[in-house]
Design a protein around this ligand. Structure first.
Ligand code: DGJ
Length: 727
């Protein structure tokens, strides 16, 4: 019987963020393995002993050495699972790398960089882990440098590869579609590979580029969980593999291969890693904080998130200045602070954009609809005290446009192949600098000539035949060029905010969020669907960037008819807006919307800095969360009912995030909605002027009983900590 030989030299490193420790070990100068990713471990841990303790026994029938699950598992080292690098020379010969660790490594308290060389092929591999700001997230990136003299082709380069706990039984992932974003799926971890991939040229609603791995028994408030988010918008691949030896690996990277010429460096793109010991809420706090502090760049950080009015579901392409002015007046009266003119305002000589078949690419104001240009509408909007936002979809072009006629070679195409249309449109090739210059010039002109505070940047089709004019893959370069265009615009117009929209939530990721300040979570303005989506998205996104609109009474994407209070409650828990023909509102609806909008404004500074806690209601039809400020002195609880109460009475709801010993005065803010069931009255102690005073521990351990409610209703509960002996 053979045994695994003991390494002669073991080198180790560690990186500790606020909530996680990474420990790396390299054996005999091979690429390091992450031997621990998870909870913080003792500062004085003997990492050499830890590395030794993790060596594994082998059964018969396998190689004499267990394939190293390094930051880049290599076929050349006998790794038999999915490798972290897959490259070949120009003749197609596989590069069987055996990277050798460089002497030096950068090991600071906030970053760890290890390098390794493969002299046979002239390659350098570099793995970087860095703590972003002072939050808990660790960012990782792998780079490959071709120091040789010949081109190579890299089909796959994973960001630094991580082990997953063998105690976890499933993954939490998100698989949706248009109007059904962030649909949670629980995937068992089994022997073999589970792979999620987007090759759409945008993130995609179907494969959000992130996942959570809860350990067994992990819930919202307790237990261990890991998360990885891939921070790039153009394409991605995330895979989880359980090997025959029981180890599990997590890989993420770009799913597009590329040629790497001498002197060039290929980046895997960044991954964001988080670990929590306090359940899914702990993860969400770390990730939301990361987005707030390390990802988003606000043009005007102090400005509260304004209430939007968006005219899309009111008028679609049917733009008429008098109607839009009327809608603006109504929106302002209800409390809107920003008017967003959606699709349909532009055209070109001889054609208006009256449907989605024409004019994309021709970013000139349609004089048939706006005889005096946009300014009269903008002036009107501003006179009402709102600022003005404009919809654009710069990456796209309709064949029915002056741009496509003048520059047919600017469209993404492949010689002799039929290009599929998506929503009747094509994609511009942003790897062509002339295209980007044109787009910059058009957008710059619009932003310079008009008082525009905000762009809703849409992207309504997937890329197909995704190659440049030379036939080379372009998903990554297209996305890089888009990011560069954002940078250029931000430099020229630093005060303009941008929303990332892609048929709703088709481009939501931590890459696009470096350049944008809001995401349009979904084209579904159905509050029932939204409530579920927002609940899941909360794991990754803070509420102030999650656009959420009060839609029409008859929802356009689902046909549901939902009460105003529910629609408004759902919207105000994100970045609130209205999107409907406001002329449909009756007096009661308008009064309710005004009241909820006022409540949003009174509470947004708090909500947009608070931590969110998802609660664990006793029944599945309830989705609830609460926002709690940093010192647990105040909270707002949102409790939405998505179906009828299954029992004869309602169960207590346990709160979270409070100070156990402190007393809180608790009120049902929207007690006016307490109209059901009509046959029984219920004197909830939460509705009186004094509310109810309970300790944090009672609220968290015993819970609050809320009144019964019909489906698609929401209770909003306010809580304030009492100081001293006040009660
Ligand atoms: C898709 C977006 O998601 C909608 O909100 C709207 O802006 C339309 N595009 C306009 O064409």
């Amino acid at each position: 019987m053979t045994t695994q030989s003991e390494p002669k030299v073991t080198r180790t490193w560690r990186l500790d963020s606020a909530c996680q420790t990474l420990v790396l070990a390299s054996y005999d100068d091979g690429l390091p393995e992450v031997i621990h990713w998870g909870a913080l471990i003792a500062v004085n841990e003997d990492l050499g002993a830890l590395a030794r303790a993790g060596r594994r026994p082998l059964t018969n029938g396998v190689l004499d050495q267990i394939g190293s699950l390094s930051v880049c598992p290599e076929e050349g080292r006998g790794f038999q699972g999915q490798t972290g690098i897959d490259a070949r020379d120009t003749e197609g010969r596989p590069l069987l790398t055996q990277f050798v660790l460089a002497e030096s490594a950068v090991a600071r308290s906030d970053a760890l960089v290890v390098e390794a060389f493969d002299e046979k092929y002239g390659l350098t591999y570099r793995a970087t882990f860095a703590i972003a700001v002072d939050g808990g997230v660790i960012e990782g990136e792998a780079e490959l440098v071709n120091r040789g003299t010949r081109d190579i082709h890299v089909d796959w380069l994973a960001a630094p590869v991580l082990p997953l706990p063998e105690t976890a039984s499933h993954l939490l992932e998100f698989a949706g579609r248009w109007t059904r974003e962030f649909a949670l799926s629980r995937v068992p971890i089994q022997r073999g590979v589970h792979l999620r991939e987007s090759r759409r040229g945008r993130t995609g609603q179907d494969h959000f580029p992130g996942l959570v791995v809860p350990d067994r028994g992990t819930g919202e408030h307790s237990g261990s969980a890991h998360a990885l988010i891939f921070a790039f918008s153009g394409c991605h691949r995330i895979l989880v593999e359980e090997l025959a030896d029981g180890r599990r690996q997590l890989q993420a990277g770009l799913c597009e291969g590329t040629r790497l010429s001498p002197g060039e460096t290929l980046s895997s793109q960044r991954i964001c890693l988080a670990h929590s010991d306090t359940g899914l809420n702990g993860l969400s706090h770390t990730l939301q904080r990361h987005v707030r502090e390390a990802v988003l760049r606000w043009p005007q950080p102090q400005r509260p998130r304004p209430v939007h009015y968006n005219c899309w579901e009111a008028v679609y392409f049917d733009h008429d200045v008098a109607t839009l002015k009327d809608l603006a007046e109504r929106a302002a009266a209800l409390g809107a602070e920003r008017f967003v003119l959606d699709d349909g305002w532009f055209g070109s000589a001889g054609q208006s954009r009256n449907d989605d078949t024409t004019s994309l690419g021709d970013w000139t104001v349609d004089r048939r609809k706006y005889p005096d240009g946009l300014d009269p509408l903008i002036d009107h909007v501003e006179a009402l005290g709102m600022n003005f936002g404009l919809w654009v979809e710069p990456e796209m072009v309709n064949l029915e446009s002056a741009l496509a006629r003048a520059h047919p070679d600017w469209l993404i195409a492949s010689e002799g192949r039929v290009q599929i249309e998506g929503r009747g449109q094509h994609v511009l090739d942003l790897t062509n600098p002339k295209v980007v210059d044109y787009l910059f010039e058009r957008l710059d002109a619009l932003l310079s000539e008009h008082s525009i505070d905000y762009l809703k940047w849409d992207m309504n089709r997937d890329l197909t035949l995704a190659v440049d004019r030379a036939g080379m893959p372009l998903l990554v370069r297209q996305t890089d060029a888009l990011y560069a265009l954002f940078e250029r615009l931000a430099e020229a117009h630093p005060s303009v905010e941008i929303e990332s929209c892609a048929s709703g939530g088709g481009r939501i990721d931590y890459g696009i969020l470096r350049h944008t300040q809001r995401v349009w979570l979904s084209d579904s303005n159905d509050a029932h669907e939204r409530w579920r989506m927002q609940h899941e998205a909360m794991l990754f996104l803070p509420p102030e960037i999650v656009g959420s609109h009060v839609g029409p009474r008859h929802c356009h994407t689902s046909g549901r008819v939902l009460p105003m209070a529910f629609r408004a409650g759902v919207a105000l828990s994100g970045h609130m807006g209205f999107e409907m023909d406001l002329r449909e509102l009756d007096g009661e609806e308008a009064a309710t919307l005004t009241r909820y909008t006022r409540f949003y404004k009174e509470n947004r500074d708090f909500l947009h800095a608070a931590r969110q806690f998802r609660l664990e209601p006793a029944r599945d039809h309830v989705r609830a969360h609460m926002s709690v400020d940093a010192d647990a002195s105040r909270f707002l609880l949102f409790c939405g009912m998505l179906a009828a109460e299954p029992n004869e009475t309602a169960s207590p709801l346990k709160l979270a995030g409070l100070e156990p010993e402190a007393l809180y005065r608790v009120h049902l803010w929207n007690r006016d909605e307490m109209t059901v069931p009509p046959t029984r009255s219920f004197a909830s102690p939460l509705v009186g002027d004094d509310g109810l005073v309970l300790s944090g521990s009672a609220l968290m351990r015993v819970g609050l009983v809320l009144p019964l409610a019909f489906p698609d209703r929401m209770w909003i509960v306010t809580g304030e900590r009492l100081e001293g002996n006040q009660s």
